[in-house]
Design a binder for this molecule. Structure first.
Ligand code: ATP
Length: 226
């Protein structure tokens, strides 16, 4: 579905991505791992058209995404839950959800069924929500675009354990419903069971990929310093 092959990219004169290769298949959940500053967010921004690729290939459903603007990429079926959530602070929950809505199976009612807590808070402004509620809203907002691939940059960063558990349960539900997911998160042990495959980045290069079972202590120590 999504294929990055030897992708290069960066900011202005600064090259950050040197050789990024990964794939996400239909209904597959892939975790993108790496220590701080290794280029995970830069990879996501490049996929979403927020940064131009400078080399290599970036293909979704057989078509190149290179040079396409973010709105066109989103319209093709890539939904982003950005780092830092970035909900609209002065819009209420309903308005946040409506803002990105596109026709499809995902409606506001379905998002509210997935996150009953959002339904209770439907008239609260984005800025009045807790961090966990904002993350639920960010996920709901991405789902309202009716994506075929959901990308989460730091799925549970800064959230309390109980809220993290809710987010993982929700992602497992989405996986069961057939959603393909590319997820970045530091909570490796919590995310492990969800991910079909892990891909590790080091200094702008994808250096390892494998299943949760093959992500051994030695691999974690070598690439993630865990
Ligand atoms: P983290 O886990 O800390 O979010 P990351 O793996 O997502 O890390 P990136 O945010 O992609 O890493 O950063 C990769 C490199 O790009 C870092 O060296 C960072 O300093 C650099 N970088 C990030 N944003 C910019 C920018 N706007 N301009 C220049 N360099 C940047």
């Amino acid at each position: 579905m999504l294929e990055l092959r030897n992708l290069q990219g960066g900011y202005g004169e600064i090259q950050v991505l040197f050789d990024v290769s990964l794939t996400v298949g239909l209904g597959e959940v892939v975790a993108l791992l790496g220590r701080n500053g290794m280029g995970k967010t830069t990879t996501v921004r490049t996929i979403m058209g927020l940064l131009p690729p400078r080399g290599g290939t970036l293909v979704f459903d057989g078509d190149s995404l290179a040079g396409q603007p973010p709105f066109a990429i989103a319209r093709r079926g890539l939904g982003l839950v950005p780092e830092g959530r970035q909900v609209f602070p002065t819009l209420d929950v309903r308005e946040n959800l409506i803002a990105t809505a596109r026709p499809g199976d995902w409606t506001m009612e379905r998002v509210f069924a997935l996150f009953p807590r959002l339904a209770e808070r439907r008239h609260h402004l984005g800025r009045q929500l807790s961090g966990g509620e904002q993350q639920m809203l960010a996920i709901g907002r991405a789902l309202m675009t009716n994506p075929r691939l959901l990308i989460l940059d730091e799925a549970t960063e800064g959230l309390a354990p109980l809220i993290r558990a809710e987010i993982w349960t929700c992602l497992a539900e989405l996986k069961r419903a057939g959603m393909a997911i590319l997820v970045i998160d530091k909570m490796l042990d919590e995310m492990g069971h969800l991910a079909d495959r892990h891909v590790i980045m080091e200094k702008g290069v994808t250096v390892w990929s494998g299943t949760d079972a093959t992500l051994t202590h030695a691999v974690r120590e070598r690439y993630l310093h865990l």
